[in-house]
Write a protein of this length. Structure first.
Lengths: 280, 282
């Protein structure tokens, strides 16, 4: 109840932004579960148009970090500020869940899910108007799903499901998108179509924070990489972060480094995909 | 024409007409609210809640000397309190949620039966509490059932999109700054009230069937939430009406007759779904 009063956006729609503040500013953030420390004293800033890949072994706290930024989890200590304010009161953040976290049998269509992004803009007791439907139709066109709007969500392929959530973030008018392993389990064409859309979002100034396991794709498509394992092990341009000695601090024995034809290959086996990254 | 007589004869009795209206109202309400129960996987919660209001109803019965309208309010108050309490426990418990619910469920149910049995004259009424007595619905009770039903349906309609997001994607609800707790508890209260108005129809022991069976049947037949709700409501009311006829002609207790009919509808939906899937696959 108190939370609700503290976060009045839903009723009064007052998501005010300090223009000069960074879109996301995290200071001394720690999250502790009963089972132990998950995130330990993180600090970093994110600016508009930033494209950041978050990598790290399973259990490194990537999902936890995203949930704290989204305002779903409360940090044990430290602060998260979005445009200079606490996460409450902002609806400019979009969190795209891991696909395994979604109930795909739920009786909703693609268009229904996209419209969910408008709910806060609509407010209490209001139903979507023509302009809202137009907006969500347009978002579906942007991600190339307009033809599938009336399908039940389980009828989509993995890549299409991911694009549907991006469309939802679009109608939400998100300025910061948090994507939790959007590429896991997707084939190459699906990955490429997602990156094409992300590039478009980047052009429009949306900040992206994407967790992933594929270090090669992280290096190709993102300006900075955050290597996370409870702490931030490294945070910077790909060539800095993906150096073998840096990576082994996070992955330890789980990352196989192979020297082949004078190049060092880092084979990432912490996840399911067996992708590799070539270091020149 | 004999079949018209067959259909109309029961309604020469006013108690049958009242029963008919009651099963239609409770069918619609339970199925609509039950849609959320099915989609959120709260079946055990619903069952526990239904059983846990028994002591409140029993004390009400004792204090009010058996006045049925008064017992309704006792049931409603208990249901709201218990649903909020169980909602809080499932968040803060140090043991697993279903274990916590199980302890409360059984403990409260036992307490209810103990209270009812401690007075001899309750022995007949005990079966009514457990299995319902739709033919004993009074006019005043019918007014209460009707107005609560309309209230619940209005709430479900008014907060449709909030409940939808909360059920489908709680994280989105949080990022959209929807007052999640408020709507979560509101949903629990609506489930609790649906249970109270069905107490007279199917009783505590079979309540879960009214919440879950029609909604589950509808889930098999459609992939859109509003359609699922409407279909579940139709299946539930039809089960109620058919159950009443069964009860009248085959001399079955009304609660079990209604639940059995709903179960048959579920089986039918299952078969339709199987046939459909097979046709799509080939």
């Amino acid at each position: 109840m108190k939370n609700w009063l503290k976060h009045p956006t839903y009723i009064w729609k007052t998501a005010h932004h300090k223009d000069d503040a960074p879109i996301l500013s995290i200071e001394n953030l720690s999250v502790k579960y009963d089972t132990g420390m998950v995130l330990n004293n993180l600090s970093f800033d994110l600016l508009a148009k930033d494209r950041i890949a978050v990598v790290g072994p399973n259990g490194a706290g990537k999902s936890t970090l995203f949930k704290v930024i989204a305002g779903v989890l409360r940090p044990s200590s430290g602060s998260v500020q979005i445009y200079g304010h606490e996460p409450g009161g902002h609806i400019c953040i979009s969190y795209i869940p891991q696909r395994t976290q979604v109930d795909w049998g739920f009786p909703v269509t693609v268009a229904d899910v996209v419209m969910m992004g408008r709910i806060s803009k609509l407010g209490l007791f209001r139903w979507p108007k023509a302009e809202d439907w137009e907006l969500s139709h347009h978002a579906l066109e942007v991600v190339g799903l307009a033809d599938l709007a009336k399908r039940q969500i389980s009828e989509l392929s993995g890549g299409q499901q991911q694009r549907m959530f991006i469309a939802r973030a679009l109608v939400q008018e998100a300025e910061l998108m948090l994507m939790d392993e959007p590429l896991t389990g997707l084939d190459q064409p699906s990955k490429e179509s997602i990156f094409a859309i992300l590039d478009q979002l980047h052009q429009q100034g949306v900040a992206l924070l994407v967790s992933m396991h594929d270090l090669k794709l992280a290096a190709e498509h993102f300006d900075r990489i955050m290597l996370l394992k409870g702490d931030i092990i490294a945070f910077g341009p790909p060539e800095e972060v993906l150096a073998p000695d840096v990576l082994s601090k996070a992955y330890g024995g789980h990352l196989h480094l192979i020297t082949e034809d004078g190049r060092t290959l880092a084979v990432n086996d912490s996840c399911c995909e067996g992708d590799h990254y070539a270091l020149d | 024409m004999p079949w018209i007589d067959f259909l109309l004869t029961p309604f020469e009795y006013p108690f049958m007409i009242r029963g008919l209206i009651a099963v239609i109202f409770t069918g619609v309400v339970c199925a609509t609210v039950g849609t959320y129960v099915v989609l959120r996987g709260m079946a055990f919660f619903g069952d526990a809640l239904a059983h846990a209001i028994l002591p409140g109803v029993a004390i009400g019965y004792w204090v009010e000397g058996g006045a049925k309208d008064a017992v309704f309010w006792w049931g409603a108050a208990t249901a709201v309190l218990v649903s909020l309490g169980m909602g809080a426990i499932s968040k803060g418990a140090k043991i697993k949620e279903d274990t916590a619910l199980g302890i409360i469920f059984a403990g409260m149910f036992a307490l209810g039966i103990a209270i009812i049995s401690s007075v001899n004259s309750y022995s007949v009424d005990l079966t009514h509490f457990l299995f319902g007595d739709v033919l004993g619905v009074s006019s005043n009770q019918l007014i209460l059932i009707g107005s609560f039903s309309i209230g619940i349906i209005l709430m479900v309609t008014a907060f449709y999109k909030e409940f939808l997001v909360l059920t489908f994607d709680p994280i989105l609800a949080a990022t959209l700054r929807i007052p999640k707790r408020v709507f979560e508890y509101l949903q629990l209260i609506l489930i609790a009230l649906a249970i109270v108005i069905s107490l007279q129809t199917v009783g505590v022991a079979l309540m879960l069937a009214m919440l879950v069976t029609p909604a589950a049947a509808a889930y098999l037949l459609t992939k859109r939430l509003p359609v699922m709700m409407a279909l579940a409501a139709a299946i539930a009311s039809l089960s109620g009406v058919i159950g009443l006829y069964l009860s009248f002609y085959a001399n079955l207790p009304s609660g079990p007759a209604i639940v059995l009919t709903a179960t048959l509808f579920f089986a039918l939906a299952w078969v339709i779904k199987m046939v459909r899937d097979q046709r799509n696959a080939s």
